[in-house]
Design a protein around this ligand. Structure first.
Ligand code: AP5
Length: 217
């Protein structure tokens, strides 16, 4: 299955992507994670991306599209994938359609995680991520058993630079302006399913998997 997850920052895309990708047995491809890995490694891509990420802005389409094109060409994505955080502009969506058409394939489904701005702010302000295995935690909603330490791998947890209040506000503005139009874009293609992303993580996962089943996933 070729699936895209869309939703505002903090909707739970990264959290749900882990479970959904495991359910579908496809690789999870997160453009945010790829950019962050490049930032840590200090690559030219990471240095360029960091300027935009820290300001809550999107990395330019051309840079992002080229990066995703290379990633989708890898062998593990040949039979399906879950894209988390891409596309997030209409030009990116058009580029993805063309890329897949050239491979004789198409997207099966676009799943929108629906959650309001107040919940997004609560989720992002308490988010912590593991330096080691990238697992996502929350100080209130999903705390590790030891403060600042990942239960899964023992790595150190950190707060993302773009999870500061002013940057969160800018990311929400950018989402409304540049990414929300994808809902109409994919709705018009008949590929969109929206799910309620509020409530406990496990409940959201069940809703997502139910929705996938009704589309053959
Ligand atoms: P990216 O990493 O994709 O950030 P985002 O879309 O803003 O999404 P987040 O990762 O912030 O949130 P999420 O929806 O994954 O939520 P999560 O599961 O972590 O992108 C970062 C930056 O990279 C962008 O701003 C941009 O600069 C650049 N970029 C990336 N892709 C790009 C692209 N295609 N084009 C251009 N630029 C791009 O959950 C959040 C918190 O809530 C966690 O603490 C979690 O534990 C908690 N939580 C999750 N679910 C629940 C629940 N049900 N109840 C309570 N808490 C919950």
């Amino acid at each position: 299955m070729r699936l895209v997850l869309v939703g505002p920052p903090g909707a739970g895309k990264g959290t749900q992507a882990e479970f959904i990708a495991a359910h579908l047995a496809v690789p999870k491809i997160s453009t945010g994670d790829i950019f962050r890995a490049n930032v840590v490694q200090g690559t030219p891509l990471g240095i360029e991306a960091k300027r935009y990420m820290d300001a809550g802005q999107l990395v330019p389409d051309e840079v992002t599209i080229n990066m995703v094109r290379d990633r989708l060409a890898e062998a593990d994505a040949a039979d399906g994938f879950l894209l988390d955080g891409f596309p997030r502009t209409v030009p990116q969506a058009v580029a993805l359609d063309k890329l897949l058409a050239n491979l004789g394939a198409g997207l099966d489904l676009v799943m929108e995680l629906v959650v309001d701005d107040d919940e997004v702010i609560r989720r992002l302000s308490g988010r912590r991520q593991c330096h080691g295995c990238q697992k996502i935690w929350h100080v209130e909603f999903d705390p590790p058993s030891r403060d600042g330490i990942c239960d899964r791998c023992g790595g150190q947890l950190y707060q993302r630079d773009d999870d500061l209040p002013a940057t969160i506000a800018e990311r929400l503005r950018v989402y409304a302006r540049d990414t929300a139009p994808l809902v109409d874009y994919y709705g018009a293609q008949g590929r969109l399913v929206g799910i309620d992303a509020t409530g406990p993580v496990e409940d959201v996962t069940l809703r997502a998997i139910d929705a996938l089943r009704s589309y053959g996933g």
